[in-house]
Design a protein around this ligand. Structure first.
Ligand code: FE
Length: 198
């Protein structure tokens, strides 16, 4: 896979350039590179005549575990950066706004609940569209490859690892989450939602 450039160039309100640079250029790019390295190694193993698949330890087991960690690290960060750089305003006439209101009563209540989910996560909070139930659902993942439900596609992904905010806020995650919503590019979420539901 190929790394994607940061999808916005403006300075964010409350999340520093330094934080975004480290987060995108070092951490995100690191997941892209490791995803490629893992994919190459798996490709070699997949073509071997004898393939060992021991569940206590084998190279294949370690790679299969790392594969989902690295790959989700890429996808979730692309959704996270994609959802930043906006003005925090949601088009109230859009289908996403209507779906949020239908599910949680108001957009404000959704933000309140999503923020509380993010306060109790150790890694990610993700608003998803569950294609089987055809419902909006929020999931928490303590690491990239844990906590999701297959068939639930990300609409919004909020990174709450400390690297996302510690330089700017220390341990004050609540203020970071408020900044996230201030800088939210709702159009990104609306477009994702529309692509899943049309
Ligand atoms: Fe991160």
């Amino acid at each position: 896979m190929q790394e994607k450039p940061l999808p916005f160039s403006k300075d964010l309100d409350g999340i520093s350039k330094k934080t975004i640079e480290i987060h995108h250029d070092k951490l995100y790019v690191g997941y892209v590179n490791k995803s490629n390295e893992i994919a190459e190694k798996l490709s070699v193993i997949s073509k071997q005549e004898k393939i060992e698949g021991n569940a206590t330890y084998s190279e294949l087991r370690a790679l299969k575990d790392a594969e989902t960690f690295a790959n989700n690290g890429v996808y979730l960060h692309e959704d996270y950066f994609g959802s930043l750089g906006g003005d925090g305003k949601l088009d109230a006439t859009g289908t996403l706004s209507k779906a949020l209101v239908e599910k949680w009563g108001s957009v404000e209540q959704f933000v309140k609940y999503f923020s509380a989910c993010a306060m109790c996560s150790r890694g990610w909070t993700i608003l998803t569209w569950d294609v089987r139930q055809k419902k909006l659902r929020i999931f928490n993942g303590d690491v990239h490859n844990q906590g999701g439900v297959w068939g639930a596609l990300p609409v919004l992904a909020l990174d709450v690892y400390e690297h996302a905010y510690f330089i700017d806020y220390g341990s004050d995650r609540k203020s970071y989450i408020e900044s996230y919503f201030k800088n939210l590019n709702w159009k990104f979420a609306q477009d994702a939602f529309e692509s899943y539901t049309k």
